[in-house]
Ligand binder design. Structure first.
Ligand SMILES: [Zn+2]
Length: 128
């Protein structure tokens, strides 16, 4: 058994929930903005000279939207885990993730040890 003070306190959990909810709101309003930019770009397509620029802008906007969508999913998942009382425990080893780590990255699902290990595996995969 781990000492209880290594797990998140109610107040810490509440703070992290607030951070996640805020991020969720920011992302939703940002993606709304991105969609309206995309629509605007489409309306201005008339000039063929601008088309190349417009295309790359659109690619960029779509790529951004894709990344945001993924982050959105992670935030929703984190909020779900808070609901289920699973939040703050490493998905790999079950050890508590520190409050400091979660404040820096509230969507983290792995403790720092498992994350480091996962990254090393990733890196090795990339090299070979
Ligand atoms: Zn772990």
């Amino acid at each position: 058994m781990l000492p209880t003070d290594e797990y998140l306190s109610k107040e810490e959990l509440q703070t992290l929930k607030g951070v996640l909810e805020e991020q969720l709101e920011t992302l939703i309003s940002q993606s709304r903005e991105a969609v309206s930019t995309l629509t605007e770009v489409r309306e201005n397509d008339a000039d063929p000279l601008d088309l190349a620029v417009t295309e790359s802008n659109r690619d960029f906007t779509l790529r951004m939207a894709d990344r945001e969508r993924r982050l959105l999913g992670k935030i929703r998942y984190a909020l779900e885990r808070i609901q289920n009382g699973e939040y703050g425990a490493c998905e790999s080893c079950g050890e508590p993730i520190t409050y400091g780590r979660l404040m820096a990255r509230p969507v983290a699902t792995l403790c720092i040890d498992c994350k480091t290990e996962a990254e090393q595996v990733e890196r090795r995969k990339r090299v070979f």
